[in-house]
Design a protein around this ligand. Sequence first.
Ligand SMILES: C[S@@+](CC[C@H](N)C(=O)[O-])C[C@H]1O[C@@H](n2cnc3c(N)ncnc32)[C@H](O)[C@@H]1O
Length: 276
Amino acid sequence: MTVLELFRYCKEKLSFSDSPEFDAICIFEDLLGIAKSKIYFNDISVTDEQVKKVEDVINRRKNGEPLQYILGKWDFYDLTFNVGKGVLIPRPETEVLVDFALEKIKDIKSPIIYDLCAGSGCIGLTVAYHRKDATVYLLEKEEGALKYLKSNKEKYNLDNAYVIQGDLFDIDFSQIPQADVILSNPPYIPASEIESLQKEVQFEPITALDGGTDGLDFYRCIAEKWASKVKNNGFIALECGEEQSDDIINLFSGKYSEKQVIYDFNNIDRIVTFGI
Ligand SMILES: C[S@@+](CC[C@H](N)C(=O)[O-])C[C@H]1O[C@@H](n2cnc3c(N)ncnc32)[C@H](O)[C@@H]1O
């Protein structure tokens, strides 16, 4: 069997996916070490081991395992994050939050930033990477996610990023300095909707998804306990689920200089921001 024949076979077996060609290219490049440019014009034979690897990936994908977990990494913004079972896969819509934050902190010198519920660290570490003068604290509770968070911090050698293992709902604030910015993409799916999620999403940790009965438990906590930790002229920016923005704005009843909703590329309300 040639490289091209195996590629066509792989693509066909992945036809249930939204993007079989793209997925097959990722598998060839990352798992078989065959560059995209070599796939289409290649009559070289593949080895038995390469065929076995492709069969293994197809089976795992058929079981619902996300491609990102199989590859062990995924691109986010201009970085590539290590991912795997136990951590939420960074989503493209979260880049909207990073874009907003990087633009907004342009005028703040050496900002102190919290990324609450940090997961892989895609938000906080990307900001730390682009703003070496910032100090970024990344709070995460779950061991499964912390493993990837730490490895991603190491991968990019980010001495300005600090991983804190802790519980958003139960933190000792005497250890927490005032911040300029709070960023967060917390779990926000209402508990009753978890079971009806796509099979692939259910592969991701429930602790990264479940936002309590109405999906708003984490926003409530940030409004009640964390918002007062932000300095004057700072801001809070939170990712949210579709049609949650109004309810979240209502939770932040204090005096905010500005409240704004930002929509993503699908025109879904995606980020809520509060100026302090
Ligand atoms: C929706 S995921 C977001 C991960 C990452 N920020 C991203 O955008 O991909 C939420 C994260 O919150 C973490 N988490 C859940 N409960 C928490 C708690 N009580 N305190 C801190 N982190 C928590 C989960 O482990 C998960 O990594």
